[in-house]
Design a protein around this ligand. Structure first.
Ligand SMILES: NC(=O)C1=CN([C@@H]2O[C@H](COP(=O)(O)OP(=O)(O)OC[C@H]3O[C@@H](n4cnc5c(N)ncnc54)[C@H](O)[C@@H]3O)[C@@H](O)[C@H]2O)C=CC1
Ligand SMILES: O=C(O)C1=NCCCC1
Length: 312
């Protein structure tokens, strides 16, 4: 009989999951996903169950990496919250299976996995696409993703200046006080992104907050919010003037309001750039439209489980 699943708490996931281990594994998974013969990676587009009464969705994100034999699914609820709400906007649980027997090996917190793997993939996009000399990083939004993005971007790159904007100034100020390095707080998006080399959008917005006319030519934008077909973070001008990269083409044309409603064309998947089959147009204005993938959760969960077993 199969062993009962182990339960891995949020604080344990936090201790066990490190960007230095995670980033190379995500790169391998993205490469495999974007290979023409992608039989090695099975990942249907996320299924969503609307929770209209609560202004949210339940997302089901299964994935199977055949070669590594990782079978996993994340169950994630996400909500559009009113300004000032103290309710969480994302809650997630990850299940790691034994693919041969079908039993669940581990049930683990999915919030830290979601925060870290999303930020790590944005950092991979920046490594490939940001201007060679990038001094200024602007983060739009000041929640969980803002913090994980702050951590991995400042760990991985050497920005001279980090700026934050949030729709409530107090939230941005609290964010700036919580970080180890110096972060400046800005009251308008236009001013916050003026001259920025890299812009990370991590808001719960469903209407554009970032406009192309404010973005420095050649800048790189990692656009992480707006994950429904009718939600936006970026305006049409930016979407049409930029070269658009995505994690998954299939996911992007099904789920991204920024892509669907602007009519922008997807230039490449990050995995194609990593594989060398599509170029990294670093000198152009680039948008990486992130939606999140089950394979990202799967490699993260495997890493957490391996580290957990080493300790027990
Ligand atoms: N691409 C991906 O893989 C993932 C994307 N997300 C998305 O990233 C975004 C941020 O997630 P979290 O940091 O976890 O959320 P959070 O609730 O912790 O932070 C959201 C931030 O956006 C701001 N915000 C909310 N509504 C806004 C609006 N209408 N206009 C401007 N700012 C607004 C909030 O004040 C807060 O600063 C969400 O849209 C979420 O759905 C989350 C997980 C993974
Ligand atoms: O990939 C994920 O996980 C999510 N993506 C968009 C919204 C919340 C969770």
């Amino acid at each position: 009989m199969a062993e009962p699943p182990v339960l891995i708490r949020q604080d344990e996931v936090e201790d066990l999951l490190h960007y230095k281990d995670l980033i190379p594994r995500l790169e391998v998974a993205l490469r495999k996903f974007s290979k023409l013969d992608s039989a090695e990676v099975i990942q249907p587009v996320r299924t969503t169950v609307p929770l209209q009464k609560y202004n949210g969705f339940l997302g089901l994100m299964p994935a199977y990496l055949v070669h590594e034999d990782i079978l996993c699914t994340k169950l994630v609820c996400f909500y559009k919250r009113e300004s000032g709400s103290t309710l969480p906007s994302t809650q997630a649980t990850v299940l790691l299976f034994d693919p041969e027997y079908g039993n669940v090996k581990a049930v683990m917190d999915g919030e830290v996995i979601t925060a870290k793997r999303t930020a790590a993939v944005s950092a991979i996009s920046a490594k490939l696409l940001m201007p060679t000399k990038s001094d200024v990083l602007t983060i739009l939004g000041a929640g969980h993703q803002a913090l994980s993005h702050y951590h991995v971007f400042t760990e991985t790159f050497s920005f001279k200046e980090v700026r934050v904007w949030s729709r409530r100034k107090e939230t941005a100020e609290r964010f700036a006080q919580s970080t180890q390095g110096h972060v400046t707080v800005w009251e308008s998006v236009e001013e916050a992104v003026n001259g920025a080399d890299v812009i990370v959008t991590v808001t719960g917005a469903s209407e554009p907050v970032l406009f192309g006319q404010w973005v420095k030519p050649g800048a790189h934008v990692a656009a992480v919010g707006a994950c429904r077909p009718d939600w936006r973070e970026l305006d049409d001008v930016l979407m049409r003037q930029a070269e658009v990269y995505v994690d998954s083409r299939e996911g992007a044309v099904a789920e991204s309001g920024d892509i669907i409603l602007s009519g922008a064309k997807v230039f490449a998947e990050l995995g194609e750039v990593l594989n060398g089959t599509r170029p990294a147009l670093r000198e152009k204005t680039t948008v990486f439209k992130s939606l999140g993938m089950g394979i990202q959760d799967a490699v993260s969960a495997k890493l957490v489980f391996e580290q957990w077993k080493n300790k027990h």
